[in-house]
Ligand binder design. Sequence first.
Ligand SMILES: Nc1ncnc2c1ncn2[C@@H]1O[C@H](COP(=O)(O)OP(=O)(O)OP(=O)(O)O)[C@@H](O)[C@H]1O
Ligand SMILES: [Mg+2]
Length: 262
Amino acid sequence: MQNGKIIAIANQKGGVGKTTTALNLAYVLSEQGKKVLLVDVDPQSNLTMCFGVDRPEELDTTIYHLMMAVIEERELPDKNKYIISNGNIDLIPCSIELSAVEVNLVNAMSREITLRTILQNLRKDYDYIIIDCMPSLGMLTINALAACDSVLITATPQYLSAKGLELLLRTIIKVKKRINPNIEIDGILITMFTDRTILSREILNLINEAYGKQIRIFENKIPSSIKVGESNLKSKSIIEYQPNNKVAIAYNEFTKEYIKNE
Ligand SMILES: Nc1ncnc2c1ncn2[C@@H]1O[C@H](COP(=O)(O)OP(=O)(O)OP(=O)(O)O)[C@@H](O)[C@H]1O
Ligand SMILES: [Mg+2]
């Protein structure tokens, strides 16, 4: 197998569909026979819980332990000690302990490339590695940006109107200059889009004006549905939970669009 593509799903704004997109993109890709690894790099551990782990704090080995091993220059444990599998999808889980890693990163030699060191070893085993970032631009997100080939930005229409993307874009450019020259921005996926409201459409026009020329905005947008929350609670992708739901259909279509130009 060739080296897989590493994708970071990022936005320092909370609640804009990063985790939901990570889970559903992974699911659609796995349905197409791709081998996918999800990496939870958010101490909130939402992705880990969506994967069916009810008590992440009881896990023996999480991304925290792997990052600490790299920082302290210890050998990494065996894959079977930390990877959790569900069908074709694997997960490196996370727990609240990860919040302690940022402090340890500050003085570490490898502070920006700790995650990259871990993922480079796993890359050969997967078609896609998808990193779910936390809502901040701190060291954990910098590590994700340093480790990835490309960034997928998720954003709600409301957030885009606040021009909050600029800081994220500036951070990505900084990482590109200093640490990861090959990083690309895949584009912006609009989530929780309510087409019927004039507001959403106006905002979409604004985004196209502000960013459209330099950054791709995916044609397919993810609508809102209360079923998404339900599916998360059931530890299922929306596609498994309710395949005919508009959000399930949208994630299927978005994934086609996403991988078309690869
Ligand atoms: N398309 C959607 N329609 C309705 N609700 C959604 C949709 N996508 C996500 N949600 C809900 O919105 C909330 C935030 O989504 P999600 O956790 O994916 O965002 P996030 O960006 O990962 O958040 P955080 O920054 O806190 O990690 C969740 O409760 C989720 O169930
Ligand atoms: Mg999240």
